[in-house]
Design a protein around this ligand. Structure first.
Ligand SMILES: NC(=O)c1ccc[n+]([C@@H]2O[C@H](COP(=O)([O-])OP(=O)(O)OC[C@H]3O[C@@H](n4cnc5c(N)ncnc54)[C@H](O)[C@@H]3O)[C@@H](O)[C@H]2O)c1
Ligand SMILES: [Zn+2]
Length: 360
């Protein structure tokens, strides 16, 4: 088992990564002093596949809350239902929430934990690769609004994250690849060697080999933890993690969640790389490297339908990171060379979108 520490003043917490490490949950819960109730939050799919394994290692009484699987659960209505249950069982301020599922369960549960009694403790047990390499780390929690993704949220760090890569055995290929897109994002931002590693280990990754996935997850946790420690609230360096996401979120929003989040991030990276190339920042060969690795894992390289460039631009401008209509972009100037561009140019976006247009 590998332990990565997210070092934050007064609120450092461990991420445990390994295979067959779920039994570690019991001692971890004993370390959280003072709780009398536990809530286990999961979704319908994860409950059907893995609930028993988790229940057997949880000591004492636990209230199970199961939400419908899927992005639509990151809603005010679902949050309201959670609070109703918390009130019903009189969940106290020293009680603990366990989020057991993908990024949806983690983001919604984390936000519920951030706001119930002005903040209770929670532990993340991610079951998707997406959540393991990205969503469960760093304390960003939230829900969606009709006006945009993750518009309502809070920073609230978990008390611990426990990642058992055996859960990934049941992930469908699309969900596995969607998580890999975030890993490829981390690699493109930080290290050519790690990007190569993905290709070298592609067969083992696609076979969901638990040890290889543990290595991959641990590396991602180190990368993300390092950035979060330097800039928890995204004033500065954490903004680089938005690489692929400005365009990616716009696509996700316009397609009404037809594609996985990670698939949209992959497409977002392709477009943003093209923007960087058009600006003379990124050599074509480096953009092609990223494309090849995305392709190796079967991630989409084209949109399912043509999107109107003006609509994409508009969606970017209503992104919550936009300031007075200005959209800061995280680009790369080469593998391992992130750069923040202060403004996005409509003509650039229009031209760059052509690289993922299905008709071109
Ligand atoms: N907070 C952050 O920093 C952050 C970072 C990245 C992504 N996110 C958010 O995470 C969400 C996407 O995460 P996701 O892809 O995990 O979505 P998800 O939680 O919807 O999971 C995807 C699907 O996989 C199913 N599933 C979960 N575990 C499984 C398993 N072990 N085997 C089989 N199926 C399983 C789920 O039921 C769901 O149907 C988005 O809402 C995104 O905004 C947040
Ligand atoms: Zn993401």
């Amino acid at each position: 088992m590998k332990i990565i520490t997210v070092r934050l003043a007064g609120r450092s917490y461990p991420i445990f990564v390994g295979t067959k490490i779920l039994s570690h949950l019991a001692p971890l819960l004993r370390e959280q002093a003072g709780w009398s109730q536990l809530v286990l939050l999961t979704d319908t799919t994860v409950a059907g596949l893995h609930l028993e394994r988790v229940r057997t290692v949880i000591p004492g009484n636990v209230t199970l809350i199961t939400i419908p699987a899927g992005e639509l659960s990151k809603s005010l209505a679902q949050l309201g239902e959670l609070f109703d249950r918390f009130a019903e069982i009189r969940l106290g301020r020293r009680d603990v929430l366990l989020t057991f599922g993908g990024g949806v369960v983690g983001d919604l549960g984390g936000f519920a934990a951030a706001t119930w009694h002005r903040g209770i403790r929670y532990l993340q047990i991610p079951t998707t690769l997406e959540a393991a390499v990205d969503a469960s780390i760093g304390g960003k929690t939230g829900i969606n609004h009709a006006g945009g993704k993750n518009l309502i949220g809070a920073f609230h760090q978990p008390s611990a994250v426990l990642i058992d890569t055996d859960f990934f055995a049941t992930l469908g290929l699309r969900d596995l690849a969607a998580g890999l897109a975030e890993s490829i994002k981390h690699a493109a931002l930080t290290s050519a060697a790690f990007l190569d590693w993905h290709e070298q280990h592609a067969d083992a990754i696609l076979a969901r080999d638990p040890a290889t996935l543990a290595e991959l997850v641990a590396r991602n946790c180190e990368i993300k933890a390092d950035v979060v420690c330097r800039d928890e609230r995204e004033a500065d360096v954490r903004r680089i993690l938005n690489y692929g996401h400005t365009i990616g979120h716009a696509i996700e929003h316009l397609l009404a969640f037809e594609l996985r989040h990670g698939e949209c991030v992959g497409l977002g990276m392709l477009v943003e790389n093209e923007i960087a190339h058009r600006r003379g920042l990124l050599p074509r060969s480096e953009a092609d490297r990223v494309r090849a690795v995305l392709a190796r894992f079967g991630l989409p390289l084209k949109l399912p339908q043509t999107l109107d460039a003006a609509a994409v631009l508009e969606a970017c401008r209503s992104d919550k990171k936009a300031q007075a209509g200005h959209v800061p972009f995280a680009l790369i100037a080469g593998i391992g060379q992130p750069q923040i561009a202060s403004e996005i140019d409509a003509a650039d976006v229009k031209a760059a979108l052509r690289v993922i247009d299905p008709n071109l």
